[in-house]
Ligand binder design. Structure first.
Ligand code: HAM
Length: 428
């Protein structure tokens, strides 16, 4: 097939055999979010480029190397969203949703776009479910977000497969002081740094801390430590968060090198990671971003949130065999109709059955065909019962009802008795 008729590298079709797992994950999380009082917000996929440049930060990989940016017909620079936080902050500001200290607890879901090198668990179009909370400055809400994610792992059977990495990045002043100390330390060892880290010295030095290069990590062993620079308020906030996690028995690992790839964080930063997916093991990441809203011209407004990667979580559930078997359960009923009159009557009968048996999965044969071919299709569909409506049945206002999963004799049931009969059969 010519290249232009293929999907773009790193942008995947989610095929019908995969979508049940996606829906399972999404609906499990969404019902949890409902239970915690979070409300859905739907946001555009495209925003002005400046929103991301200012929000995520020049010097981050996302902004410098990974954005899908283009000029529209009006010569305005637009970008496919690489993440959801910046757009969500824009929306709450634009609609005055955080004015007067209003608390907002929001969630969103959808595709994000980053021009990364595609590999297992890393794509150019990927999907996130994200949560953002506004106007709650305390560690109690940071804890709530983490508790909520822990509950999701429990519901999905993933508790033993993920661990929580936790850090505090302090206030922006504290981080600034730490950045200076780190740069001074690394400057003396500049020629021993890998190329990427050398570049980051001028753009985003804190990112050097999570370099994957062993030599760079060795150099960092004696480097200044972030937590020696934390301001007193951030320390108290972090202690408050840890106390709450301890109180509900959520284990965590403090990782002072966890700085995250986006520039807007202050204080809490966290990631849930798994060792079951190879190098792309972060399934959920987030933190506090109390300074972001003023950066967008709003009044000082605390913000905190996270986003999880849907592809990675589905992959993890598949890898660990944790998808419920009934996800792919086939239809309940397959209606075969022979001849035009029976087909017409069958259509009405099928709709009456849908009214009478809520949630019934009823396939109506399409495209006609002989008895043999329709019966074969009924069998292949995986349905539990075939309903047979030919000219004789039509004349007698009955339907043949044949179990496709055992050798039970075909029964003949009157149309009026059919809904109750089928409901009972399906419950058995
Ligand atoms: P992030 O760490 O860039 O944070 O992304 C969150 C999650 O999205 C990652 O942990 C990962 O599971 C998934 N993800 C990221 N990039 C890819 C990719 N290329 N392919 C597949 N999955 C990917 C954020 O986006 C922040 N907006 C999270 C946040 C919300 N912080 C505060 N509020």
């Amino acid at each position: 097939m010519s290249k232009s008729l293929q999907a773009i590298r790193g942008m995947n079709d989610i095929l019908p055999e995969q979508t049940p797992a996606w829906r399972y994950l999404e609906s499990t999380l969404v019902s949890l979010l409902d239970g915690y009082g979070y409300k859905e917000i739907r946001l555009p996929i495209v925003e002005y480029t400046e929103l991301f440049a200012r929000g995520i930060g020049e010097g981050t990989d996302v902004v410098d190397k990974e954005m899908y940016t283009f000029l529209d017909r009006n010569e305005e620079s637009l970008t496919l969203r690489p993440e959801g936080t910046a757009g969500c902050v824009r929306a709450v500001l634009e609609h005055g949703m955080t004015g007067g200290g209003q608390v907002q607890k929001l969630w969103y879901a959808g595709p994000m776009f980053r021009y990364e090198k595609p590999q297992k668990g890393r794509y150019r179009q990927f999907h996130q479910i994200g949560v953002e909370v506004f106007n709650l400055p305390g560690p109690d809400v940071d804890a709530e977000l983490i508790v909520l994610t822990a509950r999701l792992w429990q519901k999905l059977g993933l508790t033993d497969a993920v661990t929580l990495q936790l850090n505090s990045l302090g206030s922006s002043e504290a981080r600034g002081a730490y950045r200076e100390a780190l740069v001074a330390y690394l400057q003396e060892r500049f020629e021993h740094l890998d190329e990427d880290s050398q570049r980051r010295m001028s753009t985003n030095p804190l990112r050097i801390l999570d370099s994957k290069i062993a030599e760079t990590q060795a150099l960092l062993v004696d480097a200044p430590r972030l937590h020696d620079y934390l301001d007193a308020e951030s320390v108290a906030h972090f202690e408050g968060l840890k106390a709450r996690l301890d109180a509900v028995g959520i284990r965590y690992e403090i990782n002072q090198k966890l700085v995250r790839g986006l520039d807007y964080y202050s204080r809490t930063a966290f990631e849930w990671v798994t060792d079951k997916l190879g190098s792309q093991g972060t399934v959920c990441g987030g933190g506090r971003y109390d300074g972001l809203i003023t950066q967008f011209g709003g009044k000082p407004t605390p913000g905190v949130g996270f986003a999880m990667g849907v592809e990675r979580l589905v992959l993890l559930l598949e890898t660990l065999g944790l998808l419920p078997e009934e996800l792919n359960s086939p239809a309940d009923l397959y209606l075969c109709a022979f001849g035009e009159a029976a087909e017409l009557a069958g259509l009405g009968l099928a709709e009456r059955l849908r009214d009478a048996i809520p949630g019934v999965r009823l396939l109506v044969n399409s495209g006609g065909g002989s008895f043999k071919s329709q019966f074969k299709k009924a069998d292949k569909s995986g349905a539990r019962f075939a309903l047979i409506l030919g000219e004789d049945e039509l004349a007698a206002r009955v339907v043949g009802c044949k179990s496709l999963r055992d050798d039970a004799q075909q029964e003949t049931i009157g149309w009026d008795a059919l809904p109750a009969h089928l409901a009972a059969c399906l419950q058995a």
